[in-house]
Design a protein around this ligand. Sequence first.
Ligand code: B4P
Length: 192
Amino acid sequence: MINIVLFGPPGSGKGTQAQNLIQKFNLKQISTGDLFRFNMKNNTELGQLAKTYIDKGELVPDEVTTEMLREEVKKGGDNNGFIFDGYPRTANQTAALEQIVNEVLKDEISVCLSLVVEDEVLVERLLKRGETSGRTDDSNEEIIRNRIKEYYAKTAEVAELYKQHGKYVEINGVGDVNEISEKLYAAVEKIK
Ligand code: B4P
Protein backbone atom coordinates (compact mmCIF):
# COMPACT_ATOMS: atom_id res chain seq x y z
CA MET A 1 0.00 0.00 0.00
CA ILE A 2 1.09 3.60 -0.65
CA ASN A 3 -0.32 6.18 1.75
CA ILE A 4 0.54 9.71 0.73
CA VAL A 5 0.05 12.91 2.69
CA LEU A 6 -0.23 15.73 0.15
CA PHE A 7 0.87 18.83 1.99
CA GLY A 8 1.22 22.55 1.32
CA PRO A 9 -0.33 25.96 1.98
CA PRO A 10 -3.82 26.83 0.69
CA GLY A 11 -3.78 27.05 -3.09
CA SER A 12 -0.48 25.20 -3.48
CA GLY A 13 -2.19 22.67 -5.75
CA LYS A 14 -2.97 19.77 -3.44
CA GLY A 15 -6.40 19.13 -4.95
CA THR A 16 -5.07 19.66 -8.48
CA GLN A 17 -2.16 17.24 -8.08
CA ALA A 18 -4.21 14.66 -6.16
CA GLN A 19 -6.31 14.19 -9.32
CA ASN A 20 -3.26 13.13 -11.32
CA LEU A 21 -1.73 11.02 -8.54
CA ILE A 22 -4.88 8.96 -8.00
CA GLN A 23 -4.97 8.04 -11.69
CA LYS A 24 -1.29 7.25 -11.91
CA PHE A 25 -1.09 4.97 -8.87
CA ASN A 26 -4.73 3.87 -8.42
CA LEU A 27 -5.15 5.58 -5.07
CA LYS A 28 -8.22 6.80 -3.22
CA GLN A 29 -8.23 10.54 -2.46
CA ILE A 30 -9.59 11.77 0.82
CA SER A 31 -9.87 15.57 0.78
CA THR A 32 -11.12 17.07 4.03
CA GLY A 33 -11.84 20.33 2.18
CA ASP A 34 -14.06 18.48 -0.33
CA LEU A 35 -15.81 16.61 2.49
CA PHE A 36 -16.57 19.90 4.26
CA ARG A 37 -17.82 21.48 1.03
CA PHE A 38 -20.09 18.45 0.40
CA ASN A 39 -21.54 18.84 3.89
CA MET A 40 -21.96 22.60 3.48
CA LYS A 41 -23.75 22.11 0.16
CA ASN A 42 -26.13 19.61 1.77
CA ASN A 43 -26.56 21.84 4.80
CA THR A 44 -25.80 19.04 7.28
CA GLU A 45 -25.08 19.81 10.92
CA LEU A 46 -21.38 19.21 10.24
CA GLY A 47 -21.55 21.51 7.20
CA GLN A 48 -23.17 24.29 9.20
CA LEU A 49 -20.47 24.05 11.83
CA ALA A 50 -17.61 23.89 9.31
CA LYS A 51 -18.97 26.93 7.46
CA THR A 52 -18.55 29.16 10.51
CA TYR A 53 -14.79 28.50 10.37
CA ILE A 54 -14.19 28.16 6.63
CA ASP A 55 -15.94 31.46 5.85
CA LYS A 56 -13.42 33.23 8.08
CA GLY A 57 -10.43 31.39 6.66
CA GLU A 58 -9.89 29.46 9.89
CA LEU A 59 -9.23 25.77 10.43
CA VAL A 60 -12.16 23.63 11.51
CA PRO A 61 -11.50 22.18 15.02
CA ASP A 62 -9.42 19.00 15.17
CA GLU A 63 -12.00 16.76 16.87
CA VAL A 64 -14.63 17.37 14.19
CA THR A 65 -12.19 17.02 11.30
CA THR A 66 -10.53 13.88 12.64
CA GLU A 67 -13.84 12.09 13.27
CA MET A 68 -14.93 12.87 9.71
CA LEU A 69 -11.62 11.57 8.36
CA ARG A 70 -11.73 8.38 10.42
CA GLU A 71 -15.20 7.53 9.03
CA GLU A 72 -13.94 8.07 5.50
CA VAL A 73 -10.89 5.82 5.97
CA LYS A 74 -13.14 3.11 7.41
CA LYS A 75 -15.08 3.04 4.13
CA GLY A 76 -11.89 1.64 2.58
CA GLY A 77 -11.75 1.12 -1.15
CA ASP A 78 -10.50 -1.10 -3.92
CA ASN A 79 -7.22 0.69 -4.47
CA ASN A 80 -3.48 0.63 -3.86
CA GLY A 81 -3.60 3.11 -1.02
CA PHE A 82 -4.72 6.60 -0.07
CA ILE A 83 -3.92 10.23 -0.71
CA PHE A 84 -4.68 12.42 2.27
CA ASP A 85 -5.29 15.82 0.70
CA GLY A 86 -5.46 18.69 3.18
CA TYR A 87 -5.14 16.47 6.24
CA PRO A 88 -3.21 16.65 8.59
CA ARG A 89 -3.15 20.41 9.15
CA THR A 90 -2.06 20.44 12.82
CA ALA A 91 0.30 18.45 15.03
CA ASN A 92 -2.72 16.79 16.69
CA GLN A 93 -4.09 15.73 13.34
CA THR A 94 -0.69 14.29 12.40
CA ALA A 95 -0.72 11.99 15.42
CA ALA A 96 -4.37 11.11 14.82
CA LEU A 97 -3.70 10.17 11.20
CA GLU A 98 -0.86 7.84 12.16
CA GLN A 99 -3.16 6.14 14.66
CA ILE A 100 -6.07 5.83 12.21
CA VAL A 101 -3.85 4.41 9.46
CA ASN A 102 -2.34 1.93 11.95
CA GLU A 103 -5.67 0.86 13.41
CA VAL A 104 -7.94 0.85 10.40
CA LEU A 105 -5.55 0.03 7.54
CA LYS A 106 -2.89 -1.87 9.54
CA ASP A 107 -0.37 0.26 7.71
CA GLU A 108 1.56 3.53 8.00
CA ILE A 109 2.05 6.81 6.15
CA SER A 110 4.58 6.21 3.36
CA VAL A 111 5.55 9.80 2.57
CA CYS A 112 4.58 13.44 2.96
CA LEU A 113 4.84 15.25 -0.40
CA SER A 114 5.02 18.98 0.19
CA LEU A 115 4.20 21.53 -2.51
CA VAL A 116 6.20 24.73 -2.06
CA VAL A 117 4.68 27.95 -3.44
CA GLU A 118 5.36 31.53 -2.34
CA ASP A 119 2.60 33.48 -0.62
CA GLU A 120 1.93 36.05 -3.33
CA VAL A 121 1.42 33.33 -5.93
CA LEU A 122 -1.03 31.61 -3.55
CA VAL A 123 -3.06 34.80 -3.14
CA GLU A 124 -3.12 35.36 -6.89
CA ARG A 125 -4.24 31.75 -7.62
CA LEU A 126 -6.98 31.74 -5.01
CA LEU A 127 -8.37 35.13 -6.01
CA LYS A 128 -8.47 33.89 -9.59
CA ARG A 129 -10.29 30.71 -8.59
CA GLY A 130 -12.68 32.83 -6.50
CA GLU A 131 -13.86 34.61 -9.66
CA THR A 132 -15.58 31.42 -10.82
CA SER A 133 -15.66 28.83 -8.00
CA GLY A 134 -18.30 30.42 -5.81
CA ARG A 135 -16.14 29.39 -2.84
CA THR A 136 -16.67 31.89 -0.03
CA ASP A 137 -13.15 31.25 1.31
CA ASP A 138 -11.67 32.35 -2.05
CA SER A 139 -13.90 35.40 -2.32
CA ASN A 140 -11.71 38.09 -0.80
CA GLU A 141 -8.08 38.79 -0.13
CA GLU A 142 -8.53 39.24 3.61
CA ILE A 143 -9.92 35.71 4.06
CA ILE A 144 -7.23 34.25 1.79
CA ARG A 145 -4.47 35.98 3.78
CA ASN A 146 -6.00 34.67 7.00
CA ARG A 147 -5.86 31.12 5.59
CA ILE A 148 -2.16 31.62 4.86
CA LYS A 149 -1.66 33.02 8.37
CA GLU A 150 -3.38 29.94 9.84
CA TYR A 151 -1.07 27.79 7.74
CA TYR A 152 2.06 29.34 9.27
CA ALA A 153 0.61 29.38 12.80
CA LYS A 154 -0.80 25.85 12.93
CA THR A 155 0.04 23.79 9.86
CA ALA A 156 3.68 24.46 8.94
CA GLU A 157 4.87 22.46 11.98
CA VAL A 158 3.39 19.31 10.42
CA ALA A 159 6.31 19.39 7.96
CA GLU A 160 8.79 19.24 10.85
CA LEU A 161 7.11 16.11 12.20
CA TYR A 162 7.42 14.25 8.91
CA LYS A 163 11.00 15.50 8.53
CA GLN A 164 11.87 13.98 11.91
CA HIS A 165 10.58 10.63 10.62
CA GLY A 166 12.50 10.90 7.35
CA LYS A 167 9.26 10.92 5.37
CA TYR A 168 9.27 14.47 4.02
CA VAL A 169 9.85 15.38 0.36
CA GLU A 170 9.59 18.95 -0.96
CA ILE A 171 8.51 19.68 -4.53
CA ASN A 172 8.45 23.08 -6.23
CA GLY A 173 4.73 23.73 -6.80
CA VAL A 174 5.19 26.58 -9.28
CA GLY A 175 5.11 25.86 -13.00
CA ASP A 176 3.26 23.62 -15.41
CA VAL A 177 0.75 21.31 -13.63
CA ASN A 178 1.87 18.18 -15.51
CA GLU A 179 5.55 18.89 -14.94
CA ILE A 180 4.87 19.19 -11.22
CA SER A 181 2.98 15.88 -11.39
CA GLU A 182 6.02 14.20 -13.00
CA LYS A 183 8.18 15.31 -10.07
CA LEU A 184 5.61 13.92 -7.64
CA TYR A 185 5.46 10.59 -9.54
CA ALA A 186 9.25 10.32 -9.33
CA ALA A 187 9.12 10.88 -5.57
CA VAL A 188 6.47 8.16 -5.18
CA GLU A 189 8.41 5.70 -7.38
CA LYS A 190 11.37 6.10 -5.02
CA ILE A 191 9.42 4.88 -2.01
CA LYS A 192 7.49 2.09 -3.77
P1 B4P B 1 -8.88 22.74 1.02
O1 B4P B 1 -10.07 22.33 0.28
O2 B4P B 1 -7.95 21.68 1.48
O3 B4P B 1 -8.23 23.68 -0.01
P2 B4P B 1 -7.10 24.61 -0.41
O4 B4P B 1 -6.12 24.69 0.70
O5 B4P B 1 -7.83 25.82 -0.83
O6 B4P B 1 -6.43 24.18 -1.73
P3 B4P B 1 -5.42 23.26 -2.54
O7 B4P B 1 -4.02 23.30 -2.09
O8 B4P B 1 -6.07 21.90 -2.66
O9 B4P B 1 -5.38 23.99 -3.91
P4 B4P B 1 -5.92 23.67 -5.35
O10 B4P B 1 -5.31 22.46 -5.96
O11 B4P B 1 -7.39 23.67 -5.29
O12 B4P B 1 -9.29 23.58 2.34
C1 B4P B 1 -10.34 24.51 2.41
C2 B4P B 1 -10.67 24.88 3.88
O13 B4P B 1 -11.28 23.73 4.54
C3 B4P B 1 -9.50 25.23 4.78
O14 B4P B 1 -9.13 26.59 4.68
C4 B4P B 1 -10.06 24.89 6.19
O15 B4P B 1 -10.90 25.90 6.69
C5 B4P B 1 -10.91 23.66 5.93
N1 B4P B 1 -10.14 22.42 6.16
C6 B4P B 1 -9.78 21.50 5.20
N2 B4P B 1 -9.06 20.51 5.76
C7 B4P B 1 -8.93 20.80 7.09
C8 B4P B 1 -8.25 20.17 8.17
N3 B4P B 1 -7.56 19.03 8.00
N4 B4P B 1 -8.32 20.73 9.40
C9 B4P B 1 -9.02 21.86 9.61
N5 B4P B 1 -9.66 22.53 8.62
C10 B4P B 1 -9.62 22.00 7.34
O16 B4P B 1 -5.39 24.89 -6.18
C11 B4P B 1 -5.77 26.21 -5.97
C12 B4P B 1 -5.88 26.98 -7.28
O17 B4P B 1 -4.61 27.05 -7.93
C13 B4P B 1 -6.81 26.32 -8.30
O18 B4P B 1 -7.57 27.30 -8.92
C14 B4P B 1 -5.88 25.64 -9.29
O19 B4P B 1 -6.41 25.57 -10.59
C15 B4P B 1 -4.66 26.57 -9.25
N6 B4P B 1 -3.41 25.84 -9.51
C16 B4P B 1 -3.05 24.64 -9.00
N7 B4P B 1 -1.81 24.28 -9.47
C17 B4P B 1 -1.40 25.31 -10.26
C18 B4P B 1 -0.21 25.56 -11.02
N8 B4P B 1 0.80 24.69 -11.07
N9 B4P B 1 -0.12 26.72 -11.70
C19 B4P B 1 -1.13 27.61 -11.67
N10 B4P B 1 -2.29 27.44 -10.99
C20 B4P B 1 -2.42 26.30 -10.29
